[in-house]
Design a protein around this ligand. Structure first.
Ligand code: CP
Length: 309
């Protein structure tokens, strides 16, 4: 299995066996992620983090991952302080980052931006979210969380809830969960349904997702509830957003209808879709899930930058 110098643009770039390998390798990274053990595996290597869109978890965990591996980080958290402001093209910004670093992590509001960046960079490109497109490292940490919390993914009843139309995390995750043969239920407002092409991809793996607007009914049989934010910034029309915001709220009352061992996940940030009271229940795993981003990204950086495996 060879990961060295590979771009990571979409979860579809990996085979099932490669994903399983990354998840297994992630387990070995946990004592390094917590600071219990130390390593200089990526000493002298430089990661560029180019964030054209806001981020808390993805940027900080990538930067922490590189530091924990003994490497260095350059980059920006928003483009206003860069020469993009003077009209520089994305291609030229990427060429520069390529010449200053060994790998580039990019988040951009435009779908396809990471794929485009890869055309202008010798250094491997990692997609940290491209508009409503893909978020492959989020997908890996989501899979790792389900596998850790539920022992395996195959046969688990998973609900993807919320903004399934514009949500890049659920686009990547639906594909991967189908690859791993989970049972899928898509719960969303009528106007934010999962795109047909994602449903078709699931069917090609022999998984027949159920689409519904009824969360109360779906939650009774679920093992995993993966909630997402309705993303105001993706709506072309504010009226359309206002019509659907607050459509679903995961509350302790709702969870009384669920299995005792249901886990509630969320890629975060959350706004109104999970009541803070849920944080205190055994169902809530979203903060652990966010932590898992660190060992997952450490594993991925180690593999693509050619550290020891
Ligand atoms: N889950 C996620 O991508 O979070 P951030 O937007 O904070 O990076």
């Amino acid at each position: 299995m060879n990961f060295k110098h590979r771009d990571v643009i979409s979860i579809k770039d990996f085979t099932k066996e490669e994903i399983e390998y990354i998840l297994e390798y992630t387990k070995r990274m946990i004592p390094y992620a917590t600071g219990e053990k130390h390593t200089t595996l990526l000493k002298q290597q430089i990661l560029a983090t180019l964030f054209f869109e806001p981020s808390t978890r993805t940027r900080l965990s990538f930067e922490s991952a590189m530091h924990r591996l003994g490497g260095n980080v350059i980059g920006f958290a928003e483009p206003s302080g860069t020469s993009q402001k003077k009209g520089e093209s994305l291609a030229d910004t990427i060429r520069m980052a390529d010449s200053y670093s060994d790998a580039i992590v990019i988040r951009h509001p435009q779908e396809g931006a990471a794929r485009l960046a890869a055309e202008f960079s010798e250094a491997p490109i990692v997609n940290a979210g491209d508009g409503a497109g893909q978020h492959p490292t989020q997908c890996l940490l989501d899979l790792f969380t389900i596998q850790t919390e539920k022992k395996n993914i195959k046969g688990k009843n998973v609900i993807l809830l919320g903004d399934l139309k514009y949500g890049r995390t659920v686009h990547s995750l639906a594909y991967a969960l189908a690859l791993f043969k989970a049972n899928l239920t898509f719960v969303s407002p009528e106007t934010l349904k999962m795109p047909k092409e994602v449903i078709q991809e699931c069917k090609e793996f022999g998984v027949e997702p159920v689409s519904t607007t009824n969360l109360e009914k779906a939650i009774k049989e679920a093992d995993v509830l993966y909630a997402t934010r309705i993303q105001k910034e993706r709506f072309p029309d504010a009226e359309e957003y206002n019509r659907v915001v607050g459509s679903y709220k995961v509350s302790t009352a709702l969870l009384q209808q669920a299995k005792e061992d249901l886990i509630v996940m969320h890629p975060l940030p959350r706004v109104v879709e999970i009541d803070p009271d849920v944080d205190k229940t055994n169902h809530a795993v979203y903060f652990t899930q966010a932590f898992n981003g660190l060992p997952v990204r450490m594993a991925l950086l180690s593999l693509i930058l050619g550290g020891k495996t």
